[in-house]
Design a protein around this ligand. Structure first.
Ligand code: ZN
Length: 281
């Protein structure tokens, strides 16, 4: 049984399965700002039901922390209000999420009726590096701090509540996820840029898991940096990409079974452009 947790003054988090996804709300004087929309319109409609528990206020805007399906495939249920997202979200949706959805539909992936209902809906208001929103009497800053979990991660800062909603730049209920469109070599720097802005007791809500503070973010930043460092080292010593995970056994700062996408993305980034060109038929 899920419920809203008021993690900071007027800032709410609700953790939904599948995937223990965080849906967050900033409640202002005249409405609700909803952060992320779950994996399907049916799941988003359930969120809309639950929003009534937060009072009579209407939803005035939605923010997508990044393009991954579990954060955006419910967007269509929030028609009529602006949906904010980083300017590279539409390209990511097209490059990764749309083909993945097509594949799930072709294979009859469960829950079939939910995937069939998804109409991939891009944000309607695109953000580059920074945008200040006013939710009634409250200020919410949207910030893109660099590439990392994807090239389109946005974090939200609610200054009057000392709260941050950071999407999958930070994860608590599992290790940070290297998924489609990740930038493993840049993620540590982006996470450090986030940590630099945090007060020691600021509330940080991850995309998956319970709210944390700066110390947790710093620990995760160090793990991401160690992983990036080891991949760089293995690449530099000529270890082939398909042997890198094994070659680093015992030295990975994060569970090795999740690192293949990190290794392949980092190797691609480390190869000189000429080598990449030669491989193109
Ligand atoms: Zn994600």
């Amino acid at each position: 049984m899920t419920e809203w947790a008021e993690v900071a003054d007027g800032v709410f988090q609700r953790r939904y399965d599948p995937l223990d996804i965080s849906i967050c709300v900033v409640r202002g004087s005249r409405g609700l700002l909803v952060v992320d929309t779950r994996s399907s319109p049916q799941q988003a409609d359930e969120v809309r039901e639950h929003l009534r528990e937060l009072g009579p206020h209407p939803v005035v805007a939605v923010v997508n922390t990044h393009a991954h399906f579990d954060h955006t495939f419910g967007n269509q249920s929030f028609g009529g209000v602006p949906i904010y997202g980083h300017r590279r979200v539409p390209a990511h949706l097209q490059a990764y999420e749309a083909p993945m959805l097509a594949d799930w539909l072709a294979r009859g992936e469960e829950p079939v009726e939910e995937w069939a209902a998804v109409e991939i809906t891009a944000p309607t208001a695109l953000v580059d590096r920074e945008l200040r929103l006013l939710v009634g009497d409250r200020t919410v800053d949207l910030l893109h701090l660099g590439r990392g979990h994807t090239d389109n991660d946005l974090v939200l800062h609610v200054p009057d509540a000392a709260a941050w909603i950071v999407g999958d730049l930070v994860e608590e209920s599992g290790p940070p996820m290297y998924g489609s469109g990740c930038f493993p070599l840049e993620w540590p720097g982006t996470c450090a840029a986030l940590a630099d802005r945090l007060g020691a007791s600021d509330v940080v809500v991850p995309g998956h898991g319970r709210a944390v503070t700066r110390a947790f973010v710093e620990t995760q930043q160090a793990q991401l940096a160690e992983v990036a460092q080891l991949i760089t080292e293995l690449h530099a010593t000529g270890v082939p990409v398909e042997q890198a995970r094994e070659a680093g056994a015992g030295r990975w700062a994060l569970p090795a079974e999740g690192l293949d996408p990190a290794i392949s993305a980092a190797y691609r980034a480390l190869e000189p452009p000429a080598a990449r060109d030669r491989r193109t038929p």
